[in-house]
Design a binder for this molecule. Structure first.
Ligand SMILES: Cc1cc2nc3c(=O)[nH]c(=O)nc-3n(C[C@H](O)[C@H](O)[C@H](O)COP(=O)(O)OP(=O)(O)OC[C@H]3O[C@@H](n4cnc5c(N)ncnc54)[C@H](O)[C@@H]3O)c2cc1C
Length: 497
């Protein structure tokens, strides 16, 4: 390999752009290949008719100093806002603080239910659930069965679309690691202790004033200005390898994924044509399962079977423009009510005043779905009607006050942690390390890790240090167990984002 390798980076999300930026800083020739017509991946900011909104709502919070430094290297300080975090759970027509605060939760539930919850917690302390390897047992052991049923089960099942007793505990452990009902009570009594130790209690975060996409637009700009190449609307269709090394990739021109994915219209006219790129090293943030599937010649059957067994949960958001007065002070509200499909509602005005327009706000009604299921496949008009109806059912905004709606679908939003995912990832890693050790998986879906932006970026940063600076970091060792994660489930200490 030449002293300065030619590097191909797959994907222009946080991980791919981090790799691109770190490489051009070192004067390494790089080509970033992005299937869509926009930057940012899941962390993009969608733009429709001048309204800007996130896929979820992306907090910038990290305990990794290198990533913190990178954020401020990419965006000037004046482009960051420091936002207070505020979120609540809607349950049974009432709003509860989230992260759960013992006093607030028990008061809101009423004396009788509160006593039941405390007794149930005491019982779980005396007789802990036998199986704590699954989400259900893990949470019940820390909060008691009753609180688990009220605040954790329904939302978690909405997020993942499967019974909570089939979800691995890893996911809960990652986000609510240090929290239990006992800790929550201690926090309520001694609110000043260092709450950053507990992922679920992060109380403020940084946010680029025009949304996270602003960060990735700036990163792409910097990469191009330093001579890096970013190619849009080309999806990697094959990764060629021979004699134990990858030699390059073939892409197909997609024309972008279009407005349904929150991307601008296609700019390319050569849709369907193929292009070949050569490289000495390939840094990949495309999903790990797709990466294995595009290896050419193909991976052996058992490796392909492992790749095909990895699953994802997909996501769509219906952004509704409503009068500002109809907004709420929270960044988001978790919706536990099982009779409604919506899982969470963002108020983008609470994220940044720069995202909304005079007198109006934009609410993101979030639906956790499987790609191709009934909700995913609904026409946009029907989704807007559904979201408007559910917003009214929640008593938040009458349907006739919804001025406008936009739908953004995001496939593979959440890598699924099922009972076999670790084993499958091991099989895929093992084969890749032999067949093409110069292909380096990074990022969230790239490594099938429930990484936030910071860890997605960190894996890319460490990979570049390994490739160019001669470092020997264990990239797979980047700690996903640390919390302060997006929140997926409101019942938990923090809900998933
Ligand atoms: C609802 C939600 C809320 C979140 N909230 C937060 C938060 O508050 N804070 C936080 O830090 N993180 C949050 N995250 C996590 C964050 O979005 C991810 O960590 C981050 O986007 C992962 O970056 P990535 O570059 O690894 O992957 P991605 O963002 O998935 O980017 C991958 C890119 O690769 C491209 N690509 C895929 N396949 C190919 C191919 N074959 N060829 C070419 N290009 C390809 C994709 O189009 C995409 O642009 C949230 C995630 C979700 C789903």
């Amino acid at each position: 390999m030449a002293e300065k390798p030619e590097v191909i980076v797959i994907g222009a999300g946080p991980a791919g752009l981090t790799a691109g930026w770190e490489l051009v800083k070192r004067d390494v020739p790089v080509t970033v290949l992005e299937g869509d017509s926009t930057v940012g991946g899941i962390s993009r900011t969608a733009e429709r008719e001048g309204w800007r909104f996130d896929i979820g709502g992306h907090r910038f919070f990290t305990k990794v100093p290198e990533v913190e430094a990178l954020w401020h290297e990419i965006l000037p300080d004046e482009d960051f806002l420091m936002r207070p975090r505020s979120s609540r759970i809607m349950y049974n027509g009432k709003l509860f603080d989230y992260p759960l605060r013992a006093g607030n939760a028990l008061r809101g539930l009423g004396v009788l239910e509160a006593v039941r919850c405390i007794l149930s917690y005491a019982w779980a302390r005396v007789r802990p659930p036998q199986d704590q390897t699954k989400f259900e047992g893990w949470v019940a052991a820390r909060f008691g069965w009753r609180l688990y049923g009220i605040f954790f089960k329904t939302y978690t099942e909405k997020v993942w679309g499967v019974p909570a007793n089939t979800i691995e505990a890893d996911w809960a452990a990652q986000r609510i690691k240090n929290l239990s009902l006992l800790n929550a009570i201690v926090n309520a009594v001694m609110p000043k202790r260092n709450q950053k130790d507990i992922a679920s209690l992060i109380e403020e975060f940084q946010y680029p004033k025009h949304g996270p996409g602003m960060m990735w637009e700036a990163a792409a700009d910097k990469i191009s200005k330093r001579g890096g190449k970013i190619v849009f609307e080309e999806k990697v269709r094959r990764i060629h390898h021979a004699d134990g090394r990858a030699t390059g990739v073939t892409t197909v021109v997609t024309g972008g994924y279009g407005p349904g994915a929150g991307a601008p219209e296609a700019s390319r006219t050569d849709i369907g044509s193929e292009h070949r790129y050569s490289g000495d090293e390939i840094i990949s943030s495309m999903s790990f399962s797709s990466l294995i599937r595009v290896m050419d010649p193909p991976a052996p059957d058992h490796v392909l079977a492992a790749a095909n067994a990895l699953r994802y949960r997909d996501f769509l958001t219906v952004a509704l423009v409503v009068p500002e007065s109809a907004g709420f002070p929270d960044n988001w509200i978790y919706v536990h009510s099982p009779e409604l499909l919506v899982g969470r509602i963002q108020n983008f005005a609470s994220w940044s005043p720069f995202l909304v327009k005079e007198g109006r706000t934009c609410l993101g009604m979030e639906y956790f779905v499987f790609e191709g299921d009934e909700t995913w496949s609904m026409p946009d008009e029907d989704l807007i009607a559904l979201a408007s109806k559910e917003l009214a059912q929640l008593g938040l905004v009458p349907a006739d006050q919804v001025e406008r709606g936009f739908v953004v679908r995001m496939p593979k939003a959440y890598p699924f942690y099922d009972a076999d995912y670790k084993k499958n990832v091991e099989i895929m890693r093992g084969w890749l390390a032999e067949a093409a050790p110069n292909v380096h998986p990074v990022g969230r879906n790239g490594m099938h890790r429930y990484n936030n932006q910071d860890h997605s970026m960190y894996t890319a940063l460490l990979t570049v240090q390994n490739l160019v600076d001669g470092a020997e970091h264990d990239v797979w060792g980047v700690n996903v167990e640390e919390d302060y994660h997006e929140e997926v489930s409101p019942g938990y200490a923090k809900a998933p984002r």
